[in-house]
Design a protein around this ligand. Sequence first.
Ligand SMILES: *Cc1c(COP(=O)(O)O)cnc(C)c1O
Length: 424
Amino acid sequence: MTTQIGDQYLVETERTDPEIFRLIKEEERYQVDSVRLIPSENYTSRAVMEATGSVLANKYSEGYPGKRYYEGQRVVDQIETLVQDRAKALFGVEHANVQPYSGSPANLAVYFALLQPGDKIMGLALPHGGHLTHGWPVSATGRYYTAVQYEVDPKTHLIDYDAVRAMAKAERPRIIVAGATAYPRQYDFAKFGEIAREVDAYFLADISHISGLIVAGAHPDPAPYADAVMTTTHKTLRGPRGAMIMCKAEHAEAIDKAVFPGLQGGPHENTIAGIGVALKEAATDEFRAYGQQIVVNAKALAGELKERGFDLITGGTDNHLILIDLTGKKVIGKKAAKALDRANIVGNYNTIPFDTRKPFSPSGLRIGTPSVTTRGMKEDEMRQIGRWMDEAIAAVKDEDALDRIGEEVRDFCRQYPAPGMSVS
Ligand SMILES: *Cc1c(COP(=O)(O)O)cnc(C)c1O
């Protein structure tokens, strides 16, 4: 899927706005020359970028296909309908709303559709891997709804389904949310669905991080069990920045009304077209192989790190991400992430479950393999990355050593062309 785009890229931007042009090119160089391990990031194809940057950005189309508040929709209606159909086919769902601007407003739309203000949301606590929008206090979802938060098991750091059930029975939430940003294992969506039914709650599966794995058959699918499935489109799914809400037909009207006019105005049809291109790509054998390889790569990288004495939360991974507890290495997450970035390896500091340090300077480091897998890297490359990570974290204060590693990493990266780039 790699497409080198060459000389035509950004020619008008260069002419009219050299400052922005220069900075975009600088970012592009950085994306080519670094090992990008942020588990929520990726490289989209050039086709996705083109659709997203197309004339569709000129349109206003409040409403839905066939029911718009603006004329001039004879083409846009066809686009949005096509993208909805692709989402429904790919995820095997009855209804798809492809208009949410991003994952956070999409989760809010699900609550707005199914709950009353003050109703109870039960989600995974943020420091245990949950997302802000699963009811964390600083989020609107924690302010305008009542939130209770489950945690992972103190010993295994796995979701304890008996504890989830006990909390659901005691708290009687209106909705239970499964999904996370820093959980390295699979979710038992069938079990979440069962618990939600037992307490007469709705079940929202937030598959933002793992939707690409689900499509590739590398993670179980929540669609049969969930009232609503929300995914961002820009993580493992490898589309433009956006989100989709998929649901059973019985919730379709409420979900659509919550997105528009409940929370949003005009949909970004350019992004929707980009999502459509990504969904078509995601239906291919090539995408399936990529999704499977993400997990194979994550296991290989985890194996290398473990051999080098890194302590991994839950002892490893069975999805795309790895959460490292750096306590034993005597380095804090922020310092490690900074040192790695200097060495052209980009991850992010993160809390670990039951972290004794503050959220702005936690003990953990979060990494993942979607971007490097998109570049065609495999297990050998993961082991090499693990070696460099170990060297860089050991040399956390030695800028010369970090710069030396950075040069090696850069030369290595240039052998793995990234999609959509005009340089290699
Ligand atoms: C990324 C993410 C979101 C939010 O998506 P944004 O597009 O950043 O608003 C919501 N839930 C989960 C689990 C996520 O990983």
